[in-house]
Design a binder for this molecule. Structure first.
Ligand code: ADP
Length: 448
């Protein structure tokens, strides 16, 4: 399909806009996900440290007798304890085997025992040289060594059995693993996001195309309609112009020639008038500019009036007009003039496309809350592949007679539009050479 450039541009713009919006949404989601995960890791890291420090504190504190003095039992809790400075590390007590702090054998953990001023007394693992702010011991600290390694550390206060301050036990963990995890997550998001956006861009392009299709289709129909309307208007105009030109070129027109010329002009003008009237009616129905007030209409009466109007034409065409159905009033909701136009169009077509000695039957029926009006003829019929197309604007079955008789090809399109404004339908069944049956179905209204 060779689409108009404006549509391709609009599709591109829509796709770009969708992608941009989705990009912002995905980025925000990614950021939220990253923050939530980082926070979760951080909290679980802190909880682990806290619980380890708490366990050690509860085990060690009851054994402490004097400030600055390590009891042998501490070795049971902290195997591999190394004393710093002048302090002598006690030998392990015979209790042994209670290694509550087995976790400190993991490489990235350390445990430190410090005095109240923050000076290290003993340690397990490999704590950073950095001790944090001297002179004061914060419960939670994040230490960064000059080499750029970070540690998270918790300090828990220890006192002796006589409630004198002993110092602190500090449990810390290297943040290398934590940082690496976050880095991995960030990279996954940074690579995944553009890839996801590529997918979104492709889907957006496709979606924009799907959304544009009906718009393009109706644009194409409007273009086709304008071209057809111009074509239909040009034919009578050209006939008038050439007739006038011919008359002006003749110095002396005889009376019959004059009558012929004026006759042609009158016919073509009336054709133009009908066409313009039909076009206006269609555009009003389309735009629903004119909210025609709908009233209760008696279909039976309308059918009688239409048959009365076409009786003379039927006699002239040697077609028999028949009427079937109940005689009493049948009510529908609609505009009387438009409904009359709908029925008149069907009956006029039926007479026009029925050869001499044929019959046109108008049948009225009531069923399931609907009123059904059928106009059936024994005429030329319509080929199956054209039965839907005859409702298209300006469509005429190939080589038919309506072009010569002044039909614009708008009649059935208008009739169908009128039926749908009354919440009804207009359908056709036909067989070539046998005849056609047009059925109007309208919702029945209760009797007034
Ligand atoms: P027109 O004003 O040209 O009659 P319509 O929209 O009323 O236009 O009809 C469209 C075409 O449908 C006609 O040109 C004709 O070919 C076909 N048609 C309509 N009614 C009948 C019918 N009763 N029998 C056969 N062909 C019909």
């Amino acid at each position: 399909m060779n689409r108009h450039r404006a549509f391709v541009l609009t599709q591109q713009r829509l796709a770009a806009l969708y992608t941009l919006i989705m990009g912002v949404i995905l980025s925000l989601c990614g950021l939220g996900f990253y923050t939530a995960l980082a926070q979760d890791h951080w909290l679980s890291l802190n909880r682990k440290l806290e619980s380890l420090a708490g366990t050690l504190h509860d085990g060690i504190e009851p054994t402490l007798r004097e400030p600055g003095l390590l009891e042998p039992v501490i070795e049971d809790f902290l195997p591999g304890l190394v004393c710093v400075g002048d302090l002598d590390c006690p030998e392990s007590s015979s209790l042994g085997e209670r290694h509550l702090a087995g976790v400190v054998q993991q490489e990235d953990y350390y445990i430190r025992l410090v005095d109240p001023s923050g000076q290290t007394l003993a340690q397990v693992g490999q704590p950073p040289e950095e001790l944090g702010p001297q002179g004061q011991v914060e419960p939670w600290t994040t230490l960064v060594t000059p080499e750029g390694n970070s540690y998270r550390q918790v300090s828990v206060f220890l006192k002796t059995q006589s409630q004198a301050p002993w110092g602190y036990i500090q449990v810390g963990q290297s943040l290398n693993e934590y940082d690496a995890r976050l880095r991995r997550l960030a990279w996954t998001l940074l690579i995944g996001l553009p890839l996801g956006l590529l997918g979104v861009a492709a889907a957006s392009w496709w979606l924009a195309g799907v959304a544009m299709r009906p718009v393009y289709e109706s644009y194409r129909q409007v273009q086709q309609f304008t071209a057809d309307a111009a074509h239909e208007l040009r034919t009578p105009l050209a006939a008038i112009a050439s007739t006038v030109e011919f008359s002006l070129g003749e110095p002396h027109l005889s009376q019959p020639e004059m009558e012929h010329t004026l006759g042609v002009i009158e016919r073509q003008t009336s054709r133009l008038g009908n066409l313009v009237r039909d076009l206006l009616l269609l555009s009003r129905i389309d735009l629903q500019v004119e909210q025609v007030p709908q009233t209760r209409c008696d279909v039976n009466l309308l059918v009688d009036e239409v048959l009365e109007e076409f009786a003379a034409l039927a006699i002239a065409s040697q077609v028999q007009l028949k009427r079937q159905g109940p005689e009493d009033s049948l009510w529908v909701w609609g505009d009387e003039e438009q409904l009359y136009g709908l029925l008149a169009n069907l009956v006029a077509n039926a007479i026009q496309y029925t050869p001499e000695a044929g019959t046109v039957t108008t049948r009225l029926q009531q069923h399931d809350g609907f009123i059904q009006i059928q106009v059936e003829d024994t005429g030329i019929g319509i080929p199956p592949d054209q039965q839907q197309r005859i409702f298209d604007r300006f469509y005429r079955v190939q080589g038919d007679r309506s072009r010569h008789s002044g039909g614009s090809g708008l009649g059935l399109a208008i009739a169908q539009a009128i039926a749908s404004t009354c919440k009804g339908t207009l359908t056709v069944k036909s067989q070539v050479g046998q005849g056609s049956c047009f059925t109007v179905q309208l919702p029945e209204q209760p009797k007034p």
